[in-house]
Ligand binder design. Sequence first.
Ligand SMILES: Cc1cc2nc3c(=O)[nH]c(=O)nc-3n(C[C@H](O)[C@H](O)[C@H](O)COP(=O)(O)OP(=O)(O)OC[C@H]3O[C@@H](n4cnc5c(N)ncnc54)[C@H](O)[C@@H]3O)c2cc1C
Length: 461
Amino acid sequence: MAEFDTDLFVIGGGSGGVRAARIAAQHGARVVIAEEYRMGGTCVIRGCVPKKLLVYASHIHHEIEDAAGFGWTIREASFDWPTLIANKDKEIARLETAYTANVEKAGARVLKTRAQFLDPHSIQLATGEKIRSKYVLIATGGAPNHGAVIPGIQHVISSNEAFHLASLPKRILIQGGGYIALEFACIFAGFGSDVTVIYRGDNVLRGFDEDVRAHVRSEMEREGITIITGCTVNRVEKHAADFTSHLSNGSSIASDQVMFAIGRHPNVANLGLEKAGVAINPSNGGIAVDSFSRTSVPHIYAIGDVTHRLNLTPVAIREGQAFADTVFGNRPVEVDHADTPTAVFCQPEVGTVGLTETQARAQFSHVDIYKSTFRPMKATLSGRDTRMLMKLIVDATSDRVLGCHIVGDGAAEIVQVLGIAVKMKATKADFDATMALHPTAAEELVTMRTPTARHVRQAAE
Ligand SMILES: Cc1cc2nc3c(=O)[nH]c(=O)nc-3n(C[C@H](O)[C@H](O)[C@H](O)COP(=O)(O)OP(=O)(O)OC[C@H]3O[C@@H](n4cnc5c(N)ncnc54)[C@H](O)[C@@H]3O)c2cc1C
């Protein structure tokens, strides 16, 4: 009898697990992958993909408003939330089928069930089956975290439920200042909901460049979204038809839905990690891994959100690929997380790569800032009151571009490409040598010639 039933058991069929399973199988490994909910994981089922579909839908409201300045008359535009949700669900179901088919086509066995460790090599399935595997990959992702239990917390929804609301809330209160909170705030506002954002910190988008934070807030407020900072929801009261949220500043707000998006925790509970001897990283609560995503147990690896390193889909996919190439492809790969481009699909959207001004000034002695805010060309005829922000952060000693931050239409698409230049360590001179593409908003990035600020750190005495 073979010592192991399989070469690799993957727990979790999300972005990272699916990639790892498929590539490991293509490398010739016998692979089993277990998914307790729906294949595709957070990104496909209740994250990036459905979110972006809702973002597209809510943008159309802007297009309709802007059309008048370009000569269009659009009569009787109306929006039907159930139609959007049904169409979104159809697309998600298609993707789920495609994900399953691709993994199976590569030769992996897909099990629609929960899995947990019995011992370092044995996996117990909720179906009753036990499987012994030579290697195990933990790719269980993360889940919304509502924070401290407050009275009425059972009435609060997370992003998971927001994708399945039966009707569009006329008024919604969203607690949180991160990207998920802001994206949903703008989605609902785009459909005409009255939106209030409550955030305990001093400004939204903690960790982003300060200019981006200020710009996004003012743009969202201009769109009619109420943002209350330095405040938390202490209690949620349910009435027959709506809710009242009681805030730490003593005030209260009525709404039809209350949503929290205040953070996510790695899915490490009830996995039997203690039976397997897998250690948790005490600094972030995720599974502790080395640069090859190997846990404290040499034949067990962990990738993606469950490690709580950089919780983004492309990162989980890259880590899954690197794991499979390292263990089954005879090609050790460490994933480089530096200069990962990211976006916030609020309105207007944010695209960012590299260091913030604060980070750059802490790490480099001479930092030049190139910053421009301007009215995008489209707004001249539409009359929309909006401004775009472009900011480059440059190490004045080496001339290297350390960071780039954009707020405005197309920011995410621009920054994906700009990420290549930043990763290649392009200099400001390289940017300047690049011919502008006219008329675009992005041409601003290669035409900003004079620093708007120069920061020189005095040497310590
Ligand atoms: C609302 C929202 C919007 C987002 N938007 C973006 C975005 O625009 N861009 C971006 O890059 N990222 C975005 N993300 C983050 C992105 O979705 C995650 O980083 C990514 O899905 C992580 O992949 P993963 O494989 O680590 O985990 P997941 O995709 O979460 O997959 C883990 C899977 O494991 C399953 N599972 C858990 N425990 C078990 C078990 N014991 N047995 C069997 N199965 C189990 C889960 O059901 C899940 O399907 C968003 C997330 C959310 C919530």
